[in-house]
Design a protein around this ligand. Structure first.
Ligand SMILES: NC(=O)c1ccc[n+]([C@@H]2O[C@H](COP(=O)([O-])OP(=O)(O)OC[C@H]3O[C@@H](n4cnc5c(N)ncnc54)[C@H](OP(=O)(O)O)[C@@H]3O)[C@@H](O)[C@H]2O)c1
Length: 390
């Protein structure tokens, strides 16, 4: 019987991991590090996770531990909590996943210091068998382009990062071996997790927000044929759970990814949802460099005149003004969207041979297939709220 401790359960991936693990017979208890005002409030947050798709919330099995990762006293508090003394398996899924520069400090605090606090506690656990760190495949950095990336190419301390988030995830991963022996470490590195392949509302609109925004704009400043590695949340969660429970796995680091066979492209993904929105202009893929003009235009429409390449697509500018009647509103969208486009433009595919070798999961469904069912969900996404939240 396993005694689990999970972080990030109120998040996109952590929520899915929690619900699925709570159904396993050989899991005895799941302690969830969760931010809340009180124990009762923590229970309410947990209940919401189970209520979303009508799953049973077993309060005997799933227990909130009200803590905050950045608390300098966290490791001491966990060490002194007798309920946690028998923990044998930890899954660290919590992170601050923001790409926005304005959150760089908190991203660093949560992802580096928070991980360190957890490791300081983990190394004291007498029964610990496994510390699972949910990393990210994108720690390989921005100079790795248009190729298949293997697990062994990271972590590379010389890697250049598009955003602070991937840097902090790399540092977090590098810290593991300072605290724990290799045989107790499992690193799972998802690629891009977007939407759910089941016919229901995904737990979070994170990343799907970018697709919803591009769907509104219809002018895509990027290459339609760039290779993108996208997986669904259900595929990601099932893969990670199989690896956590498989004591015979051969490696300590795995990509959780589509690999080449199930990879996709922006052209295919936008094509998968286009039919849901018959009244909108066609998707148009233009040079990435036009993003600069789009941002300029959103500050002041007059700055874009006949000399600008963007002027060629003025029917899209008219369409935007028609929809939002205020070009400055679009500014927030363009700034929030930019790092997503930069990730897509890298053309990175993450090798999934290890995952296929050590699980029964099989290839993922390509995003352009499973996203066909998300048209209605995309209509529900408030892209302006999402630009601030994600
Ligand atoms: N989504 C992807 O496409 C993707 C791809 C590759 C890797 N990953 C990795 O997968 C993991 C999960 O990502 P996600 O998409 O599920 O993220 P998410 O939806 O943003 O969830 C983040 C979780 O972390 C918790 N958290 C944040 N700051 C915290 C703090 N200071 N103390 C305690 N908990 C805190 C959040 O709790 P609150 O609800 O209290 O804020 C939430 O439960 C992350 O490690 C991420 O790096 C995700």
């Amino acid at each position: 019987m396993k005694n689990l401790f999970i972080t990030g359960v109120t998040g996109f991936l952590g929520g899915e991991l929690l619900v699925e693990l709570s159904k396993k017979q050989d899991v005895e208890k799941i302690f969830c590090l969760i931010r809340a005002q009180s124990f009762e409030n923590g229970l309410i947050r947990l209940k919401k996770i189970f209520d979303l798709h009508g799953d049973y919330f077993d309060t005997q099995k799933v227990i909130p531990i009200i803590e905050e990762l950045t608390d300098a006293e966290l490791s001491l508090k966990l060490i002194n909590n007798p309920a946690l003394a028998e923990i044998d398996t930890i899954i660290h899924s919590a992170a601050n996943t923001s790409f926005s520069k304005i959150y760089d400090n908190i991203v660093e605090k949560v992802n580096i210091e928070g991980t360190q606090h957890l490791l300081e506690w983990a190394k004291t656990l007498k029964n610990l068998n496994l510390f699972t760190y949910v990393g990210t495949a994108t720690i390989c950095g921005k100079t790795v382009k248009d190729c298949i990336v293997s697990e062994d190419m990271s972590p590379n301390t010389d890697a250049k990062h598009l955003v602070k988030y991937t840097y902090t995830k790399m540092v977090g991963e590098l810290m593991l071996k300072k605290y724990l022996p290799s045989e107790k470490i499992l690193v799972v590195r998802p690629s891009i997790i977007m939407g759910d392949s089941r016919k229901w509302k995904p737990r979070s609109y994170v990343i799907l927000w970018a697709l919803a925004t591009l769907n509104e704009l219809r002018l895509f400043p990027g290459n339609s044929d760039s290779n993108v590695d996208i997986i669904s949340i259900d595929y990601a969660a099932r893969s990670i759970i199989e690896l956590v429970l498989n004591e015979n796995r051969k490696y300590s680091v795995y990509h959780i990814s589509s690999g080449k066979v199930s990879s996709t492209t922006p052209g295919k993904v936008t094509g998968a949802i286009a039919d849901f929105f018959p009244g909108k202009p066609d998707f148009k893929f233009v040079s990435r460099s036009l993003m600069a003009d789009m941002k300029k235009w959103s500050k002041n429409t007059v700055l874009i005149n006949e000399q600008s390449n963007l002027f060629t697509y003025r029917s899209y500018l008219d369409y935007w003004l028609n929809m939002y009647d205020d070009n400055s509103k679009l500014r927030i969208l363009f700034y929030a969207l930019e790092p997503y486009i930069d990730f897509i433009e890298l053309g990175q595919i993450f090798d999934n041979s290890r995952l296929l070798e050590d699980t029964t999961i099989g290839q993922s469904i390509p995003a352009h297939e499973y996203l066909k069912i998300t048209g209605e969900t995309i209509k529900e996404i408030n892209i302006f709220e999402g630009a601030v939240d994600y």
